[in-house]
Design a protein around this ligand. Structure first.
Ligand code: ADP
Ligand code: MG
Length: 209
């Protein structure tokens, strides 16, 4: 993972969030309060606009700055969760390095672990973690097997699709949808959708490169 890649990814993610407005909006409207798209658009726009501040900085500093910015400016349940993801990823990148795919997978895993701790949630609670936890497992497993980046990217897209789909028939036990009980069944989780979109976007950059 390099700074230039993170910056291209942040531009591409902003475009992808905007392109998926209708779906992200309608999911949070159905079983949340409808603000998730606006939160995600604001966050991705802000990060995309930090390019000149970040482009000569080391990877760990870039990740940490993104996290700090999200923490100070982004509301909703998802703001502090994404902020902890980036800050933990930055910390692990600094301590363990970030050159290899295995080191990148370890940083991603630390980011996901930080979301688990901050949100006190796990797998099967109809949240973004239903995409992120399986994605992290796939990434770590395939990187440990020395699989090529493109093969990992393809596998991660598939894992993210399956994770998103798994939220459809769950009842929510965390977040706003938790109050809905069985009425949440049949709807995908909005945060899981955003994560699936972001994982697809980053993997498509890897597949193109
Ligand atoms: P809010 O719920 O405050 O309106 P957002 O709409 O921005 O915030 O984000 C909602 C998303 O956040 C949900 O769709 C879910 O994926 C995620 N989420 C909510 N609570 C948690 C939690 N405790 N752990 C992990 N993810 C969560
Ligand atoms: Mg919301």
């Amino acid at each position: 993972m390099r700074t230039a890649f993170i910056l291209s990814a942040s531009q591409a993610i902003h475009a992808a969030i905007v392109a998926n407005e209708a779906e992200i909006e309608s999911l949070d409207r159905a079983i949340g309060d409808g603000d998730h798209y606006v939160n995600m658009r604001r966050a991705s726009e802000m990060i995309a606009s930090m390019q000149s501040e970040l482009d000569d900085q080391p990877v760990d500093v870039v990740l940490n700055k993104i996290g700090m910015k999200l923490l100070s400016t982004l509301g909703g349940a998802s703001g502090p969760l994404f902020a902890s993801f980036f800050m933990a990823m930055g910390k692990t990148a600094k301590e363990n390095g970030h050159e290899s795919l295995l080191q990148t997978a370890a940083a991603f895993a630390a980011g996901v672990q930080a979301i688990i701790q901050r949100g006190k949630a796990g797998l099967g609670e109809k949240t973004m973690l239903d995409v992120l936890i399986p994605a992290s497992t796939t990434f770590t497993t395939l990187a440990a097997q020395d699989k090529p980046a493109k093969e990992i990217a393809e596998a991660l897209k598939k894992t993210a699709d399956e994770g998103l789909e798994s939220t459809r028939n769950l009842i929510a036990t965390k977040g706003r949808a938790a109050g809905l009980g069985e009425r949440a069944i049949g709807h995908l989780d909005a945060g899981a959708k955003s994560c699936q979109v972001m994982i697809h976007t980053v993997c498509d950059l890897v597949l193109k490169g």
